[in-house]
Write a protein that binds this ligand. Structure first.
Ligand code: CA2
Length: 145
């Protein structure tokens, strides 16, 4: 099973700032851990992070246009969660099961973080559990197989 893991803007700063909210691990460390975990589960992961909305949209579209063989998407859209109809539309077009992950509990934070343009089209949403959320998302996709 091939899973596409997408991370949105500023998540490349993980481990460098605001450790009290986002933890101390770097994104590379988190994704390396996820690749290992996926291998133990017999799955494979492709990871892509971008600060640019159109790059995330293009990556999601590649699922359709390049005949790639992904069977699910795990996405932390970061700030685009709260603004991007383009990412929502691309995820819908992919027709793949989507798990939305947030490191922090967005429902405990500022009002503007409490609306997601993704949640109602996602198969599931994991918030507030830190980086373990990515592993739980993978478990959920593997369980659906
Ligand atoms: O809790 C999450 O995972 C978020 O998606 C993180 C986004 C935020 O805009 C969402 O509301 C919730 C922010 C990602 C920024 O990550 C940083 C990491 C380290 C230092 C600074 C920013």
């Amino acid at each position: 099973m091939n899973i596409l893991v997408l991370n949105g803007p500023n998540l490349n700063l993980l481990g460098k700032r605001e450790p009290e909210i986002y933890g101390r691990e770097s994104l590379d460390e988190v994704m390396a851990g996820l690749v290992n975990y996926a291998a133990e589960c017999g799955a494979e992961i492709s990871h892509f992070q971008s600060n640019a909305e159109h790059e995330l949209v293009n990556k999601i579209q590649s699922v359709l246009l390049d005949d790639s063989v992904y069977e699910g998407i795990i996405i932390n859209p970061a700030a685009f969660t709260h603004s991007s109809i383009a990412i929502r539309d691309a995820l819908l077009a992919s027709a793949l099961p989507v798990i939305e992950v947030h490191l922090s509990n967005i429902h405990k934070r500022e009002a503007f973080r409490q609306h997601s343009f993704i949640s109602d089209i996602a198969s599931g949403v994991i918030v507030g559990l830190g980086t373990v959320g990515y592993r739980l998302a993978l478990d959920a996709l593997l369980d659906k197989k």
